[in-house]
Design a protein around this ligand. Structure first.
Ligand code: AGP
Length: 614
């Protein structure tokens, strides 16, 4: 949560920093700020609310300087007010800091600094960092890196920090401790960038270095150096990022979420590409580093994830259990470590995380590592912590996902698990050649099926006009489509603020049926699959109680129109892959309802794209 961007080079810093913040605004939008340094003076502009407010302020009161830092905030300590917005400046005015994370011992440090005469201007935890750095320099430390090192040694918690100072105006110092969020250094020609996430600086460079926890970097115009917090030099690996910056802009679409929904046929193709040999029907996942011996020894897979990624894991459980005959547990990242889980070296713990930075999921991975399990991740953000912490990973290849509501990362992470299940089935000998060929052929059809599901957009938009004023929704699914009912409800909740619940359809009669009346739209996933007849009887039960039923049905189903009030027809899909097709109209429904309600689709209230607090 919170986005950080910094620049040092030969250009004006403020426009580069503010543009970068624009691409990180999904990380927090309670306030934003930028500071530049020129002629021994730090100049700051900050404002509450979205970046647009800061942009207007900077347009009215321009900033000049070729070194600068900026921040977009998701408030933790202190209300979203201007005086709590970052960057925070030290009492003497010589140091300025942006920060992502929580200083757990900030009250104690604040008291200590106050006792020494430091006056605080904000209610934030961050301000203690900048006051501490200034305090260290008053004791005679004249090097910014050293002063920062000494100051951060006093902090508890997880942090990503950038410091700028008049003391050494030719450099920025940045630190990463724990999993509060990433720190990427962008390497340019005579200029350098720092950002919490790749899209912020991708327009300027694809050469990046990612700091690990407990590392810091000193970044000048023409050079950088990385070291541990103990001062040991690090030979940092330089990564070349394949993303195309164009994919991080909205283009012809009104919202990023809409664009990302429509990108799914392409992103799914990118996920499959290069991993399946369509001549031999073999699946190859080199980054997973899975050997046949390891696959055969495996006793269990434990999937850990949060939110939408957790629902993706619930779908993946069906694939792995069915194709690889391995038991799969799926747990919330935020709950896993509280159970003293039973793990060993023949159990794989699989984290699914779009951002690769969700602190709860990372904590679950650390628990797994501590208990000697095999650690895998399915991630979208290249170079993220979940990618680097794992023994092996599968990338989603979805490209940057900017909308806070996850869409293409959900479907590509499902495809990744399908590939994983095939690879495991192959290595464990639990799939016959004929089965493997059939499953691979099914997968090859998926991008086209998703493309056809997107053709429901007009119907869904019209339907949204009938539904957007309701205040409660029920989503019902069974079997492999129960997680899709959960995901459909989550999408609606998070972007339209309508209360929605996802339920396994068979459970309706055990309680939720009491909620159904003419004010309750019930969305039923009722494809012509092995559970079709059961879904029809659930639809009848909902209709009998006055519910308004919307059915997701298979093209050519002639019965369903007589049972439901509204029908969205989708192409027939192989049952195992049907969740990927069925979720598309649910994403569109949430999108259109939110748009009709005038909600902020890409940046829903109270949410952030990367959840780096517990
Ligand atoms: C999805 O729409 C949500 N915004 C949220 O549930 C998200 O999936 C969750 O926070 C996990 O994020 P991750 O995949 O980046 O770990």
């Amino acid at each position: 949560m919170c986005g950080i961007v910094a620049y040092i080079g030969g250009q004006e810093a403020a426009p580069i920093v503010i543009d970068g913040l624009g691409r990180l605004e999904y990380r927090g939008y309670d306030s934003a700020g930028v500071a530049v340094l020129r002629d021994g003076k730090i100049d700051i502009r900050r404002d509450v609310g979205k970046l647009v407010n800061l942009r207007s302020k900077v347009a009215a009161q321009p900033l000049a300087g070729q070194i600068g830092i900026g921040h977009t905030r998701w408030a933790t300590h202190g209300a979203p007010a201007e005086h709590n917005a970052h960057p925070h400046i030290s009492m003497g005015g010589a140091f300025v800091v942006v920060h992502n994370g929580i200083v757990e011992n900030y009250l104690e440090l604040k008291e200590e600094l106050r006792a020494q005469g430091v006056a605080f201007q904000s209610e934030t935890d961050t301000e203690v960092i900048v006051q501490l750095i200034e305090h260290v320099t008053r004791q005679g430390v004249t090097d910014l890196t050293e002063a920062t090192r000494q100051a951060v040694a006093r902090l508890r918690g997880a942090h990503a920090i950038v410091v700028m100072s008049v003391m050494q105006p030719d450099r920025l110092v940045t630190v990463r401790i724990g999993n509060a969020g990433g720190v990427a250094l962008g390497l340019g020609d005579g200029e350098m960038y720092i950002a919490s996430d790749i899209p912020a600086i991708l327009e300027y460079t694809r050469r990046m270095v990612f700091l690990e926890s407990r590392q810091m970097a000193t970044v000048c115009r023409n050079s950088f150096s990385v070291q541990t917090l103990d001062g040991v030099p690090v030979d940092a690996e330089i990564h070349t990022i394949p993303y195309d910056p164009i994919s991080a802009v909205k283009g012809e679409y009104k919202h990023f979420m809409q664009k990302e929904i429509f990108e799914q046929p392409r992103s799914i193709t990118d996920t499959i590409r290069g991993r399946v040999d369509f001549e031999t029907f073999a699946v190859n996942l080199p980054d997973l580093k899975l050997t046949q011996a390891q696959a055969r020894r495996l006793q269990r897979v434990v999937t850990v994830a949060c939110g939408t990624s957790y629902y993706s894991g619930l779908v993946g459980k069906f694939f792995i259990e069915h194709m690889a005959r391995l038991h799969v547990e799926v747990d919330y990242g935020s709950e896993y470590r509280y159970r003293d889980p039973i793990l060993n070296e023949d159990i794989a713990v699989l984290a699914i995380t779009q951002s690769g930075e969700t602190v709860d999921t990372l904590a679950a991975l650390e628990e797994a590592r501590h208990k000697h399990a095999i650690v895998w991740s399915i991630v979208n953000a290249i170079g993220s912590q979940a990618m680097r912490l794992a023994d092996g990973y599968i990338s989603m290849n979805a490209g940057p996902e900017i909308g806070v509501a996850s869409t293409k990362a959900f479907t590509t992470s499902i495809v990744d698990q399908y590939l994983l299940a095939l690879a495991l089935g192959q290595l464990r000998g639990t799939l016959s050649d004929a089965q493997r060929i059939a499953y691979v052929n099914d997968l090859a059809k998926l991008p086209d099926l998703v493309g056809r599901a997107l053709e429901s957009d007009k119907t869904v938009q019209e339907l949204a006009h009938h539904l957007y004023k309701f205040t409660n929704f029920l989503f019902l699914g069974r079997g492999i489509n129960y997680p899709i009912a959960l995901e459909g409800a989550l999408k609606l909740k998070e972007i339209s603020y309508i209360h929605a619940e996802g339920y396994p359809a068979g459970e309706m009669k055990h309680g939720p049926i009491a909620l159904i009346d003419e004010q309750m739209p019930v969305l039923a996933i009722a494809q012509q699959d092995s559970l079709y007849e059961k879904m029809i009887s659930q639809i009848e039960q909902a209709k009998a109680r006055g519910g308004i039923v919307i059915a997701l049905a298979t093209e050519g189903d002639t019965l369903i129109a007589s049972k439901a009030d509204y029908v969205i027809y989708l192409p027939a899909a192989p049952e195992l892959l049907s969740p990927v097709v069925n979720v598309v109209p649910l994403q569109l429904l949430a999108y259109h309802i939110a748009a009709l309600r005038g909600a902020d689709v890409d940046q829903p209230r109270n949410l952030a794209k990367s959840v780096t607090v517990e």
